[in-house]
Write a protein that binds this ligand. Structure first.
Ligand code: IZC
Ligand code: ZN
Length: 401
């Protein structure tokens, strides 16, 4: 069926001031055609009365494609060993690099596909996926190829990011210049399956000058650029993101007032990852309220990865955004839909608006506050991607409302 309508008394559109309306969403050929108060005639009409319809959730920061897991590091973490110390000892990211290098593309895809299924079941319809667990040319391209193939095979849209600058590969430990040259001259020109390049700008990963050089080269090749910025140490990453005209700066736990102002002035989106703050037991969260007040566009994402945030579930992130950052439910949903679309440079989704993709989540809750209020479980009733029910579905006896 190419055209239908969904009726609900709680439609979170992000049009107007409150962003919430009631009425009918008319969907045709995969797109939203109309939001109307009048019942459309001559098309099937599903009723989602008592439920809440939002745009499909967009997870703007994940490390989706990788092999292995790191529960062997949990005891160290719980005993207070810092994340970067585990990396320095050859664990952390480098442990996942070893597993990913030896995995076949099918093994990578099988694991990532399971994660995509979990994401979809929790309401995610678009996901960003970073490479960065190969650090050599072959494995980085293998990760990006896995993501590209999954994009064609799974309902979720995958937007890829090349992140060779995630950690210094052991074979270049004493030759940082050599690894920078490899990424800039050999890997990036061969990357055809990614929209963005990202750098882990952090003490113990890549310094500010190295980050600038890599991202300037990426821009010259036509990539959009992103930074893991000011996560653990205040490195001036936000200021660099502004200087480079980055699409987004991500993490931002330690960003200064000047850094926040720079993001606002340059129109750089802030991608915030409160579940990671929780999982790393940092005791602090990014200053989301100050960023919103300064006029910075905010996205909230999972950071799904096997080390610092092993969850695919954006509803878990809602809990930490609310109770860690003090954000309101409407701000949280906006940051996972229209805010996240902007942080990925996407203009065809992220709101319930005529002409946009019909990517919709139907939550089995009476309003959006309830999604955040009753925490720790999955409230998704159904998911629609490009106009098609890909999870759940409204009952046939509810046709023709
Ligand atoms: O595998 O630990 N922060 N990179 C930077 C990560 C977390 C992913 C990981
Ligand atoms: Zn990350």
């Amino acid at each position: 069926m190419s055209a239908y309508a969904i009726q609900s008394d709680n439609i979170v559109t992000f049009e107007g001031t409150s962003g919430v309306t009631d009425g009918f969403i008319v969907v045709k050929d995969g797109l939203i055609r109309e939001i109307t108060q009048r019942k459309p005639l001559n098309i099937p009409c599903y009723t989602a009365a008592g439920m809440t319809v939002t745009p499909g959730l967009i997870d703007a920061h994940t490390h989706l494609v990788h092999a292995g897991s790191r529960e062997n590091e949990l005891a160290d973490k719980l005993s207070g060993v810092p994340y970067m110390d585990i990396l320095k000892k050859g664990g952390g990211i480098l442990s996942t690099v070893r597993a990913t290098r030896t995995a076949s593309i099918e093994e990578l895809k099988d694991k990532a596909r399971k994660s995509l299924d979990i994401m979809l079941a929790h309401g995610t319809t678009t996901v960003e996926a970073k490479s960065g667990y190969g650090l050599d040319i072959h494995t980085e391209l293998k990760q990006l190829k896995a993501a590209k193939e999954l994009n064609g095979e799974h309902p979720i849209d995958i937007i890829s990011t090349y992140m060779g600058a995630h950690a210094m590969p052991p074979e270049y430990k004493d030759n940082r210049r050599g690894y920078l040259d490899l990424m800039i001259n050999e890997v990036m020109p061969k990357v055809t399956d990614a929209a963005f390049v990202d750098v882990f700008c952090e003490d113990g990963a890549f310094y500010l000058d190295e980050t600038r050089e890599i991202l300037q080269a990426a821009k010259a090749l036509g990539f959009g650029v992103k930074l893991h910025a000011d996560e653990i140490e205040p490195m001036g990453g936000a200021e660099l993101a502004a200087e480079l005209g980055a699409v987004s700066a991500e993490h931002l736990l330690k960003t200064s007032d000047a850094g926040i102002e720079a993001l606002a002035q340059a129109g750089v989106s802030a991608v915030l990852l409160p579940a990671t703050s929780f999982y790393l037991m940092t005791g602090s969260f990014a200053r989301a309220r100050d960023m919103i007040n300064a006029g910075v566009n905010i996205a909230l994402a999972t950071d799904y990865n096997p080390g610092s945030c092993p969850t695919e579930n954006l509803q878990a992130v809602m809990t930490f955004a609310a109770f860690g950052m003090g954000l309101m439910p409407i701000e949280i949903i906006r940051a996972m839909t229209s805010g996240a679309a902007k942080a990925l440079g996407l203009t065809d989704r992220g709101a319930i608006k005529p002409g946009l993709k019909a990517d919709l989540v139907i939550f089995g809750t009476p309003n959006i506050d309830y999604i955040v209020y009753h925490f720790g479980l999955n409230h998704v009733h159904s998911v629609i991607k490009d106009g098609i029910f890909v999870k759940g579905g409204l009952h046939a006896d509810r046709y023709d409302c």
